[in-house]
Design a protein around this ligand. Sequence first.
Ligand code: 7TS
Length: 405
Amino acid sequence: MFQIDQIRASFPLIHRGSQQPIPLAYLDNAATTQKPQEVIQRVQTYYENENANIHRGIYDLARQATDDYEAARVKVQNLLNASKTQEIIFTRGTTESINLVAQCFLAPMLKPGDEVVITAMEHHSNLVPWQVLCKKHQAHLKIIPINDAGEVMMEDYRALLNDKTRMVALVHISNSLGTINPIAEMTQLAKQKGIPVLIDGAQSVSHMEIDVQALDCDFFAFSGHKMYAPTGIGVLYGKTARLNAMEPYQYGGEMIRTVSYEDSTFNALPHKFEAGTPNIAGAIGLGTAIDFIQKVGLHNIHQHMDDLLQYATETLQAIEGIRLIGTAQQKTSIVSFLLDDVHPHDMGTILNESGVAIRAGHHCTMPLMRHFEIPGTTRASFAMYNTKAEIDQLAEALKKVQAIF
Ligand code: 7TS
């Protein structure tokens, strides 16, 4: 059972915010979500009772910390349905996961004339790493075009895949438009030609079930902080064969097997990619966030997102002067819009005074904004604790904005 009151009570910041004279409507969840008490408590417990460095101690405390850290890895493995625990690499987040693949997987093989394919709606972190690499190697970054609704044009995508394509990198859910891309079909099309695929799951992993084996993607990246976990922790999933064939990302402790002054050998997966002391508390907190999500149920969360999206779309469309940006058939949890010719930043300021926390700007998708010929949008993005009342609060605030301008 999805009990919204109980869920809201589980998030201290949401609970306190709702008791303010002007209640807080936190609608910036695509940027980062709030954290449930269980996650906050788990991190605190770790520091109070369990803190030790991992993978090296022989005393109980260090063993416990290692076990907890590795147990979190198993939780991630289960969340993604990865076949092996060693395929889960802890990183700082989506951005680092993508950079790791760009530098350790693609860079060593990229040759002049090669091509990398991405969509027109990528977050800068799934665009700039490939762009820089392509420039360095005289390769070409190819962009899958989108239609006016913000959906990828599948025929153009098919036509872009050829024997020069070395990598396809796709956002699962657009952080600016809410579009759910048909990544299963898109991955399959690339795999039929033997092209490796990375999926940016930053916006999807907290809203829908992911099965990396069914998808058959080579890499899948996400951030903990957008799924109720602490900042500074994220994941790169990679197929064993891909990860084994790659050079290490960083060099130092943890990732070595033997070191002499002349030479070093490197550790097995996943440690080969986790140089230095990792974010132990973050990983453990991520494990607790996964437990929390699974207790609520991803299916229930997805359903709630769809309900909120539908309500928000109807409510906003009823306001004269609203233009929605991103009207894909397959869409979830995010509404981006413009109101008359009010600049999104001015709007954000006035909404703030009404207790509405919302993002305004280009959302780290500047080329996408250029595609729509707009400077940016105002964006409401939902999480499991959001309500229709908060969408009403947004709508009322927008009417105030209209009255002022
Ligand atoms: N990919 C997508 C689709 C994202 O939405 C984001 C962050 C990232 C990658 C980068 O994630 P990070 O955790 O490494 O920073 N998106 C947003 C946003 O929409 N507003 O703030 C951050």
